[in-house]
Structures are given as structure tokens and as C-alpha cells.
Design a protein around this ligand. Structure first.
Ligand code: GAR
Length: 185
């Protein structure tokens, strides 16, 4: 099984996948890691791990549809079985979703359908929920609206900050993502 991983940020979930492959506990190959901007640590660490990397810079395209088309072209060129959005903070266009039906996965740091969007951890904390968690889903053209594959609960502690809570969610998220990838492979 070949995957392409898309990142915008630090790529710590991606690192867990790289580590699981290296440890022999996950049988798949990362065909490439791509980002929507230059300078992300996710791409930097992937290059350091010897992986193919690419950037389709969102800001370099005047038209959103042109960025969508360029991303689709680039990702398709690697002929992935699955595409994983791992902290990729862009919604892709409908053609991308159609090109990878039930083959484009997303992770989210909240128990969907609660707290979708870019600030799932902050929003859950602000609401005052006592239990939150993480979700792995098939992405669709909406914001965190696709069919849910798996979820894991994480308790909110009385003294949690957004950072401390997100760190614990990420621990659960990494395990969940690897579990889902293992089942798919
Ligand atoms: C992860 O927690 C991921 O779920 C979240 O960004 C973080 C990326 O961490 N994604 C979203 O909030 C998407 N709505 P990482 O770059 O260290 O893997």
C-alpha cells in the first residue's frame, strides 16, 4: 500500500507513521509528503528521513481552482492507494475528493461532529466539555464532515491548557491513525 501524506505544520502524526514503518509494525510505503506552504517542519523532517517531498504553495496561485488542480496533479503522479491529511489545514476541491473516493483520510483533534474546524482543541476547552478526543475520517468537500472511521476519547483535566490537552490528544491520535492504516493495509 502506497500513501501520500499532506501536512501544513510540524507533522508529528506523520513522524509516528514513519517510526511505525521503520519499526516494522506498519506495512506500507510513504510515496511522498506534500505541503501547502514552504518551510513546514513536516516537510523538513520528511526530507531528513529520505522521503520524497513536494510543496504546492497555496499563496502562489491567484485562483483557488488552479491550486486545487496543481495539488491533484502532483498527488496523483505518485499513484497513491490512500492520501492522508495529517494536520493539512486546507480544504481540497471536489475534484480531489472525487479522484480519491474513500481514499482521502483526515485526522481531527476532537470527537466529531463536535468542534470541527481549525480550532477543535480550543473550542472544546472553551465549551467546557469533560471528554474530547480525536477522529479519523474519510474527508469530503466539507469541513470535517466526512464519514467517521474511528475515534478515541481523551479526558479533559481541570488545569488543561490548549497546548497540554492537544499534546494528550495527539498521543491518542497517533495510535488511532496507525491502527486505521494497519487495518487498511
Ligand atoms: C493534529 O492534531 C491534527 O488533528 C490537527 O492538526 C494537528 C497536526 O499536528 N488537524 C486539524 O485540526 C484539522 N482540522 P502535526 O502537524 O504535529 O501532526
Amino acid at each position: 500500500m502506497r500513501i501520500v501524506v499532506l501536512v501544513s505544520g510540524t507533522g508529528s502524526n506523520l513522524q509516528a507513521v514513519i517510526d511505525a514503518i521503520a519499526a516494522g509494525s506498519l506495512d506500507l510505503s510513504i510515496a511522498a509528503v506534500g505541503a501547502d506552504r514552504h518551510g513546514s517542519y513536516g516537510v523538513e523532517r520528511s526530507a531528513a528521513a529520505g522521503l520524497d517531498t513536494f510543496v504546492v504553495d497555496f499563496k502562489a496561485y491567484a485562483e483557488r481552482a488552479d491550486w486545487d488542480a496543481a495539488l491533484l496533479d502532483k498527488v496523483s503522479s505518485y499513484r497513491p492507494d490512500y492520501v492522508i491529511s495529517s494536520g493539512f489545514m486546507r480544504i481540497v476541491g471536489p475534484q480531489f475528493i472525487e479522484a480519491f473516493p474513500r481514499r482521502y483520510l483526515n485526522t481531527h483533534p476532537a470527537l466529531l461532529p463536535s468542534f470541527p474546524g481549525a480550532h477543535g482543541v480550543r473550542d472544546a476547552l472553551a465549551y467546557g466539555v469533560k471528554i474530547t478526543g480525536c477522529t479519523v475520517m474519510y474527508a469530503d468537500a466539507g469541513v470535517d464532515t466526512g464519514p467517521i472511521i474511528a475515534q478515541r476519547a481523551v479526558e479533559v483535566l481541570a488545569d488543561d491548557t490548549e497546548e497540554s490537552l492537544h499534546e494528550r490528544i495527539k498521543v491518542a491520535e497517533r495510535e488511532l491513525l496507525i491502527q486505521v492504516l494497519r487495518e487498511l493495509s
